[in-house]
Design a binder for this molecule. Structure first.
Ligand SMILES: [Cu+2]
Length: 148
């Protein structure tokens, strides 16, 4: 009987792939010019064998939204989205004109200090990071953009 359970355990361990395992690299945080929202670029890498989803990003000092771009007719529009896919053994890239994070209600006096961020996923454990603001970003595409 003992041998049976050992065999069963070994089978279960090999039958299920390694869960999603996400790391964050090269985060870039920029305040917006002229009261526009801030923006966050970067790269999330999933070294696991299953896909995961970034489902929210929280900060005690600002409200973070996930945005993506889509073509409407022949105009590129930005819209808010509820989640970003982080593919199995792949990356989620946050960059200009593509998926990105936006920073709203970020008090001016706090824009020169690191921003605490917690990334939450469906599967992977949450990741907390402190992002230091770089050069302010002249995000033309977000002109007059006050969130949704
Ligand atoms: Cu945006």
């Amino acid at each position: 009987m003992y041998r049976f359970w050992c065999a069963l355990t070994a089978f279960i361990l090999t039958a299920f792939p390694v869960n999603a395992d996400v790391r964050i690299e090269a985060l870039e945080l920029r305040a917006g010019i002229d009261g526009r929202p801030g923006i966050i670029f970067g790269k999330l890498t999933n070294t696991g064998a299953t896909a995961d989803r970034l489902i929210r990003v929280d900060s005690p000092d600002a409200r973070i939204e996930m945005h993506t771009h889509e073509m409407r007719g022949n105009v590129m529009r930005m819209r808010r989205t509820d989640a970003f896919l982080v593919p199995a053994d792949g990356n989620l890239t946050l960059k200009s004109g593509h998926h990105h994070l936006m920073v709203f209600d970020w008090a001016l006096e706090k824009q020169g200090t690191p921003l605490s961020l917690t990334f939450k996923f469906d599967e992977s454990p949450s990741i907390s990071v402190s992002a230091s603001p770089g050069k302010a970003y002249k995000n033309e595409e977000h002109k007059g953009h006050k969130g949704h």
